[in-house]
Design a protein around this ligand. Structure first.
Ligand SMILES: Nc1ncnc2c1ncn2[C@@H]1O[C@H](COP(=O)(O)OP(=O)(O)OP(=O)(O)O)[C@@H](O)[C@H]1O
Ligand SMILES: O=P(O)(O)O[C@H]1[C@H](OP(=O)(O)O)[C@@H](OP(=O)(O)O)[C@@H](O)[C@@H](O)[C@@H]1OP(=O)(O)O
Ligand SMILES: [Mg+2]
Ligand SMILES: [Mg+2]
Length: 336
């Protein structure tokens, strides 16, 4: 008689907004059908006191949570934590987040990659110091240095000239705004799976218009706005998302693999723009831990296969994979 396969328990600890968007019935039931149980972690009780999980999936911060994860790891050395709090923390600072890009060594005959020129400003004095500015040219984007998921950490300004600097509140990163045709590429990574999608971005700022623009323009989470919210002044231009070609899939996959290894993270996405001055130069501008996977096509299959991979790595005979074809690294065009 065939031995009954053991079920694999994935505990999740997410903020309510994330839980609502990510833990959908469609994901829970698909996972269940393959032997994976997604179970909510009870945050009212210590993690170590709860029935053990094979895997902990989380996007929570703070010292207490970190301590609980350390305790859990000590008591359950075979369990998998997605991902390690120390690895995630590197993404909470917009300088350390992108430093990793310069460590990557990726060969391509036709394409290049990097990050936009940027400086970090800790105080108002340096903001107006001409020397600090030698490297940068207007327009620039001012981003809060901290990227901890708070609403404040997403509040940005597009600054067109020196007048626009007055409103900024250091610590900030000033990053050169690069014209990119108003389309951003979001590259979602789930372990070895890589999926690139297109989203609307800020429109280009033509050089001849720069002199006539007011000091600055504030915005927040542009690429995450619903379509009906995109009619304000940031969207005065008609975008042609469908006409925009995706970056080469193999190039994005190589970058994703490099980032995954360097960051020691399984679950993240990175934002890429294509510099219109060159056409084959890609700039990474942002990396996010555990992004909005439900916006990714067929996310239930991708995530279920990822959990299955982990289950099989821990215990070779737990469950069989879903249809192989579902988890290929593919790059069909699908603007969400
Ligand atoms: N250097 C740049 N040049 C041109 N546009 C940029 C640049 N940096 C950011 N943007 C635009 O501003 C948006 C927000 O920037 P960024 O992605 O860094 O912020 P975020 O709040 O961390 O975003 P997310 O919601 O993806 O976490 C980008 O999606 C892109 O449209
Ligand atoms: O839900 P969360 O709070 O995790 O929000 C994340 C959001 O996902 P959501 O769309 O599910 O809201 C992500 O969107 P996409 O890149 O996938 O478009 C991105 O904006 C992250 O930066 C956000 O994480 P944060 O930087 O705020 O920690
Ligand atoms: Mg972004
Ligand atoms: Mg971000």
């Amino acid at each position: 008689m065939a031995e009954k396969k053991r079920r694999f328990k994935v505990g999740y600890a997410l903020l309510p907004k994330k839980q609502n968007s990510f833990i959908r019935d469609s994901l829970v039931s698909l996972a269940k059908s393959t032997g994976i149980d997604l179970v909510k972690i009870d945050l009212e009780h210590p993690l170590a006191d709860q029935e053990p999980f094979d895997c902990v999936l989380h996007k929570l911060y703070g010292d207490d949570w970190k301590r609980q994860l350390l305790e859990f790891r000590a008591e359950n050395p075979n369990a998998v934590i997605l991902d390690s709090p120390d690895a995630i923390e590197r993404l909470h600072n917009r300088i350390s987040m992108l430093q990793v890009v310069s460590e990557l060594r990726i060969e391509s005959r036709s394409d290049t990659f990097g990050i936009p020129k940027q400086i970090v400003i800790y105080d108002k004095e340096t903001l107006f110091d001409r020397q600090a500015w030698e490297l940068l040219k207007f327009p620039v984007i001012a981003k809060p240095l901290v990227a901890d998921g708070s609403a404040k950490s997403h509040k940005m300004s597009l600054v067109f000239n020196h007048d626009g600097l007055n409103k900024l509140k250091p610590p900030i990163v000033l990053q050169e705004f690069v014209n990119h045709g108003g389309v951003i590429f979001k590259v979602y990574v789930v372990g070895e799976y890589v999926k690139c999608v297109k989203r609307k971005s800020l429109p280009d700022v033509p050089e001849e218009k720069l002199a006539n623009l007011e000091g600055s323009l504030s915005f927040s989470q542009v690429s995450n706005l619903a379509t009906h919210e995109k009619s304000d002044e940031l969207y005065y231009k008609k975008m042609h998302l469908e006409d925009t070609e995706l970056p080469p899939q193999s190039f994005m996959t190589d970058i994703a693999k490099g980032l995954r290894q360097a960051l020691k993270l399984n679950l993240f996405n990175f934002d890429v723009i294509r510099d219109t001055r060159f056409g084959n130069r890609y700039l990474i501008i942002d990396i996010n831990y555990f992004p909005g996977y439900a916006k990714m096509p067929d996310y239930e299959t991708v995530l279920t296969n990822f959990f299955l991979d982990i289950a099989n790595r821990i215990d070779g005979e737990v469950v069989e994979s879903l249809d192989e074809g579902n988890c290929e690294e593919k790059a069909d065009s699908d603007a969400s």
